[in-house]
Design a protein around this ligand. Structure first.
Ligand code: KG4
Ligand code: ZN
Length: 338
């Protein structure tokens, strides 16, 4: 039997994306239409504008993904789509398009959790990767440690109690007058600065896999305000380096503790913040020191894309986890035990 063709669709935030995957790992196309320039002038994603842009872009992006894959819509065996978490109006565009296609083509529909998708980006980046492994998921909306026991069994070790790591990056950047999205800007500045300022790290106790970044965020904001009040010129490079150092310290410490606790020999990094060069470098060095195998996706597979959704959808379908045509967007969908 021919390997299945999965069409993946992603529209949870500010990228409209469609991808075609053959079997579980062979990526035939991954088209991403980003709205970042549109939202930049507002300093962040404007949900209503995002939905409208998705509506305009979704069908051309799907057509382009199918064309680049060298197939036709009639060849598609199943349709996988992000149904949460994300912006409700944005999610609805992808979900509606996927439902319409699944109905018209008479093919199965698979609703995918966006965060599980981020983890599965690693399977596309590393063909040899197999569960079990520990996953550190760091995105704009989530920060979590997930023990991936097999393709469809996940155990949530812990997650953030307040802000996500990416959210903290974006807020600090905004206060420093840097454009949206702030993560890559802070990353670049941090590479030129020194972590000379001691910002607090929260919940660092052993055996605690929860995160908290709101205290760190406040500490950085207070520091910036007090420097401004004193009339000092902000040393943005050192502030960025110090903030990033504090975030990375916590993420790296907890990730390797979780690896040990669960008895795993492999750690994977996932989510938009996985594109952070400092985080990737620290995890790689620590993995080598502790003899842990370490994987992270290429930049294009780290940030939001439909290839990871198609991959997650494929393995979900292999276990018979399909959706029906009543599938709805669930903006607050969380990472759960599965
Ligand atoms: O996974 P993602 O594309 O969207 C969500 O699902 O949230 O993550 C976006 C987040 C943003 O907060 C962005 O600032 C952050 O990932 N990000 C980074 C870097 N590149 C993207 N954060 C730190 N360093 C980076 N290089
Ligand atoms: Zn994401």
């Amino acid at each position: 039997m021919q390997a299945k063709l999965t069409l993946g669709i992603e529209s949870s935030c500010d990228e409209t994306s469609a991808a075609v995957l053959r079997g579980g790992r062979e990526l035939l196309s991954n088209v991403i239409s980003t709205q970042i320039p549109v939202h930049q002038k507002f300093g962040g994603v404007v949900p209503e504008i995002a939905s409208r842009k998705h509506i305009v872009n979704i069908m051309p992006v799907i057509d382009e993904a199918v064309r680049q894959a060298g197939v036709t819509l009639a060849d598609i065996d199943q349709v996988a789509v992000t149904y949460g978490p994300g912006l409700v109006g944005a999610l609805l565009v992808g979900v509606s398009a996927a439902k319409g296609l699944a109905f018209a083509l008479d093919k199965p529909l698979i609703g995918v959790n966006h965060l599980e998708g981020h983890i599965f980006a690693n399977f596309l980046a590393a063909p040899e990767l197999e569960p079990p492994f520990m996953a550190l998921v760091v995105s704009g909306g989530h920060t979590a440690l997930v023990d991936v026991r097999d393709y469809n069994t996940f155990h949530l070790m812990g997650q953030t109690r307040d802000d996500a790591a990416g959210e903290a990056f974006d807020k600090i950047a905004r206060v420093m007058g840097l454009p949206y999205p702030g993560g890559p800007r802070i990353d670049a500045l941090a590479q030129e600065g020194q972590p000379t300022i001691d910002f607090p790290e929260a919940l660092v106790g052993k055996g605690n896999y929860e995160f908290s970044f709101s205290g760190l965020k406040s500490a950085v904001l207070n520091y910036i305000n007090s420097e401004k009040m004193k009339g000092h010129e902000l040393n943005k490079k050192d502030i960025a380096a110090s903030f990033q150092h504090a975030v990375i310290d916590v993420l790296v410490g907890k990730a390797f503790e979780a690896v040990k606790e669960a008895g795993r020999d492999t750690l994977v990094l996932a989510g938009g913040v996985a594109a952070n060069s400092g985080l990737e470098a620290r995890l790689r060095a620590e993995a080598a020191r502790q003899h842990v195998k370490f994987y992270y996706p290429s930049k294009i597979l780290c940030t939001d894309n439909a290839a990871m959704i198609a991959c997650r959808g494929y393995y979900q379908a292999e276990a018979g986890h399909y959706s029906d045509l009543y599938l709805n967007a669930v903006p607050g969908l969380d990472l759960e035990e599965r």
